[in-house]
Design a protein around this ligand. Sequence first.
Ligand code: ATP
Ligand code: MG
Length: 486
Amino acid sequence: MRVQNPKIDEPILHLVGEEADRLGLECYVIGGWVRDLFLHRPCTDIDVVCVRPTPVEQTDGKQPTIGIQLAEAVTARLGRGAHLAVFRNYGTAQVKRKDLELEFVGARRESYQRDSRNPIVEDGTLEEDQNRRDFTINAMAICLNKDRYGELLDPFDGLYDLEDLTIRTPLDPDITFSDDPLRMMRAVRFATQLGFYLDDETFDAIERNKNRIEIISKERIVDELNKIMRSRRPSVGWILLDKTGLLPLVFPEIAALKGIETKEGKGHKDVFLHTLQVVDNLSMKSDNLWLRWAALLHDIGKPRSKAWDDAAGWTFRNHNYIGAKMIPKIFHRMKMPENEKMAYVVKMVDLHMRPINLIEDTVTDSAVRRLLFEAGDDIDDLMLLCDADITSRNAEKVERFHRNYQLVRQKMVELEERDRIRNFQPPVRGDEIMQTLNLEPCSAVGELKTAIKDAILDGIIPNEYEAARAYMFQKAREMGLISDKA
Ligand code: ATP
Ligand code: MG
C-alpha cells in the first residue's frame, strides 16, 4: 500500500531517500513518526532505519555502521544549520536541524540475556528490525527509496490496531516483555497518551512478567510516569498500573492508598480513587507537571495517619504534614529531582488543607493573610489544587464550597492589593531591632520579629515601616527590654 498523506512528501524525507539510493541502501521511516502520521499527532523526531540489500555477517562484535554513513551523507546535503552527533557504541547517529530531529540506525536483530535489557545486536533485515519493536503500532515502516517511495510495510497489522485503538506486541508478549521489561511501562504509557486499550494477551503477559520490572532503572520508570502525568487523563495510566499489578512494584506509596476499611458500619472513601479524580480534575485546568505530581501525592500521608475515633469515626490527622515529610524520601528513591521542584511539591502537599479549612470556616482577613504569606507566589496553584480536591458527590456541599471558594479568592485579591502580603518581608529586620534596642543576638530578637509579623498578618498594624517600628518599641517595652520612658 502507498501512503496518501501530504506529510510523507516533506522534502527532508525525499532527501534522505535520495542519499540512501546513492549509497545503495534501502531506507525506511519507522516507529513513532509513522504511528503519529496516521493518528494526525504532531511529531518532530523521525526514526530512519536503513538496510543493506544483502546482509553481511557481523563477526567482529561491532555495531553496524550503515546508519551512521547515511546520517553523514544527509548532514552534508543539508549543509549549514544541520548538526550531526554520532554514537558509535550504539551504531546510531542523530541529525538535528531547527526543530527537527532525525535518528539513523542500521536494521538490527537483537538477542537478550536474562539479567539485562541491553541486547546483543547484529546486522539484520527490515523484518528482523520490525520484530524487535515493542508494539504493532510502533513497528510500521514507510519506504523512502525513490522507486518504492511511500510504500507501507506493516507486517503486524499495526494500521488495523490503530483503528481499533489497541496496544499489542508484534510477537509473543511474554518474550517481548521479559526481554525488555520497560516495554510494560511503555504499554501503559501509550494506552494513557493515546487513549488506547491493552489487548487481552498483552495485558495478561504484563501481569505474568510484572516482577521483571525490577531490572529497569528508576530514571526510565519515572520518564514513563512523567509521560503518563502529562497526558490528558493521567488516571488511565495509574488504573492500568494497578490492574496489571505493576503499581506496588513501581510506586508502593500510591498502591497503599487503595481500599476502604469499615468499622461500626462506617467506611472512609477510597483514597486511591479520590486521588485519581483530583489528578484528572487538576489536569483539566493546568499543564504544570509538578502541580499534577502534587495532586497525585496530596493525600500520600493518609494511610499512615489513619485512626479510628469512637466519636469522630475515621480520622486522618496531620496527613498533610506526614505526607509532606514522605516526599523527599520518595523523590530520592525514584531519582526524581531533589531541587526546587521537590520543594514546591512538599509545600503544596503541606498546605493543601489550608484553603479548604478556610473556606469551611468563617473567612477572616487574618486567616487569608496568613495563607497568602505562607503560599507566596504559589497561592494560585494551591487554590487550583484545592478546587480539584473537591470530589464530594453531595451536590449541596459542592455548591456551598464553590460559593465560599469564590469569596476567599475575592478576599485574597482585595487583601493582596491593600497589604502586599505575598512574598512579604517584615519591614523591620533583625539587625535593625538589635541596633536600635542595643541587643546582642538572643531569643528576644526572634520574639520581636515574630510579634511584628503576626501583628501585620492579624491586621493589628499595616504592612509599613513606621507602624512596624512603633510596634517594635511598644512590644519591647511590654517585654521589659527598654524602660517605659524610652
Ligand atoms: P515517543 O517519542 O512519544 O516516546 P516513540 O514511539 O517515538 O514515542 P521512542 O522512544 O522515540 O518512542 O522510540 C522510537 C521507536 O523505537 C518506537 O516507536 C519503537 O518502534 C522503538 N522502540 C523504542 N523503545 C523501544 C523498546 N523499549 N522496545 C522496543 N522498541 C522500542
Ligand atoms: Mg519518538
